[in-house]
Design a protein. Structure first.
Length: 251
């Protein structure tokens, strides 16, 4: 099955507003309308409204880096799915390993975030991945399976727009990416789990991105793997030239 590839730039906590606007302009100018892949930029929250405005005439989509697990209420500092939807934001990263590590986000809270995003027609990019000590202990599959099962309560119908991002924690920001074969092994297993849970049509259609030290120099070999449907790019998405080379990967 041909799945449309998705390239997502996760800017994390980087860039001033002016720098962000410049980066958006450089990317928009170099992503043609007829491109056969989806490009998503995830700037910090305060820049989202302007980012949506500046990408409106282009195929570039805008995503948030996080979303709150309730629609509204007394939750100082949080931003909810209906708020993002009201801005024209179309994607939301959920459960990035930095959120799990520094903000102690649990499987249960992440399941709620995914459900709220889907309820408001935001496409959740649900991140999971093992730490180095898990891999060394032979626990990679057990860890990613447990993390994935957090969203197994979702029905098959709601799951069609779910995007998974496999991001081994040891590969994030380290310059040490998983090899294409290491990533493919986990992606194939995740797809198998999705098929078991939601049936073969959903399992075949679900997009599974790879993240962790993706660069212009390794994107082509990663994207050549049959179960890698795109990439979540951190550091390399902060430079227009590097990110555009990734977007225009060969294949
Ligand atoms: P990196 O980050 O590309 O800088 O490794 C990826 C991510 O955290 O999404």
């Amino acid at each position: 099955m041909k799945r449309r590839k998705i390239l997502v730039g996760n800017w994390k906590c980087h860039k001033s507003f002016d720098e962000a606007i410049t980066l958006i302009a450089e990317i928009v100018a170099n992503v043609p309308l007829e491109l056969d892949r989806t490009v998503v930029l995830c700037p910090p929250f305060p820049y989202l409204a302007e980012a949506v405005r500046r990408t409106r005439e282009s195929p570039v989509k805008i995503g948030a880096q996080n979303v709150w697990q309730e629609d509204s209420g007394a939750f100082t500092g949080e931003v909810s799915a209906p708020m993002l939807a009201s801005l024209g934001v179309e994607y939301a990263i959920v459960g990035h390993s930095e959120r799990r590590q520094f903000f102690l986000e649990s499987d249960e809270c992440l399941a709620r975030k995914v459900a709220r995003a889907l309820a408001w027609n935001l496409t959740p990019i649900f991140c999971l991945g093992e730490r180095w000590e898990d891999r060394e202990a032979g626990q990679t599959l057990a860890v990613v399976q447990r993390q994935f099962q957090a969203v197994f309560a979702l029905s098959a119908e709601t799951t069609t727009s779910l995007v998974i991002a496999y991001e081994p924690v040891w590969a994030i920001g380290t310059g040490r990416n998983a090899t294409p074969e290491q990533a493919e092994e986990v992606h194939a297993i995740l797809r198998g789990l999705a098929m078991e849970r939601w049936g073969s049509a959903v399992g075949e259609a679900i997009r599974i991105l790879y993240g962790g030290s993706v660069k212009a120099s390794n994107i082509d070999t990663l994207m050549a793997m049959p179960n890698l449907d795109g990439a979540l790019i951190g550091g390399a998405s902060l430079s227009a030239a590097e990110f555009l080379r990734i977007v225009h990967f060969q294949g």
